[in-house]
Design a protein around this ligand. Structure first.
Ligand code: VGL
Ligand code: ZN
Length: 213
């Protein structure tokens, strides 16, 4: 039998941005984005602790193409901290699209971490904003709680899941990405780039079946 991972008290499920706007019908819809929901709900029953992240932008956010004259979604621009990809308006604070997918069920989730709330800084990672300097406080929280292993799931594998997993590994947590519990914006080159970067960073890609039931 294949070795399986036993989940314990020091393991955390990090559920990234499973919000309506990233699912089919949403404003920044990811193909099959909603397919992660039943997988995550099943995983959530194995874990004792989870953190949910919620992309949470003010109207007119810097990352919205609509905030820049003549720019279109998926073009990038240079801002104070370097290159920033532009997106359709999405996950606007208090809008319906910013809500979690209605079927998402993670009773073991304790904090909900909102990110991307500063007008002039985007935040892909749950740990560090896109200026790579501004902390969200998550590292300190997880360290104080004594978590040692993080299992990252959600949307999008090549954007917020990727940056969150990389920063998790960088912060010293043993980091896993559960592939079938994620979907990418760009399921070809985005996914490949993420896989290469995970290998370099010592992040392990697993399937949800690898967790002991
Ligand atoms: C995300 C693009 C813009 C994500 C958030 O959750 O992956 N992608 N904002
Ligand atoms: Zn966003």
């Amino acid at each position: 039998m294949k070795s399986s991972i036993d989940v314990g008290e020091s393991d955390l499920l990090l559920v990234v941005d499973v919000q309506k706007d990233f699912c089919p019908g949403g404003r920044l819809a990811i193909e099959e984005g909603d397919a992660v929901v039943p997988v995550i709900n099943r995983l959530a029953r194995r874990f004792r602790h989870a953190v949910l992240t919620q992309d949470w932008h003010p109207a007119g956010h810097l990352s919205f193409a609509s905030s820049h004259f003549g720019k279109r979604p998926f073009e990038s621009i240079i801002v104070s901290y370097g290159e920033q990809m532009l997106w359709p308006d999405h996950c606007v604070q208090n809008s319906d699209g910013a809500e979690f997918h209605t079927e998402l069920s993670v009773p073991c989730a304790e904090p909900i971490l909102r990110k991307g709330f500063r007008q002039d800084i985007d935040s892909y990672s749950a740990f560090r904003e896109n200026d790579r300097k501004t902390s969200t406080g998550l590292r300190g929280y997880l360290q104080e709680r004594g978590f040692t292993r993080l299992f990252v799931v959600g949307l999008a594998l090549d954007v917020c899941v990727r940056f969150s997993a990389e920063d998790s590994a960088h912060a010293g947590f043993e980091t896993y990405v559960i592939e079938d519990a994620c979907r990418a914006v760009d399921p070809k080159s985005g996914l490949e780039a993420a896989m290469r970067s995970f290998a370099k960073a010592g992040i392990t890609m697993i399937d949800s079946g690898a967790l002991a039931s």
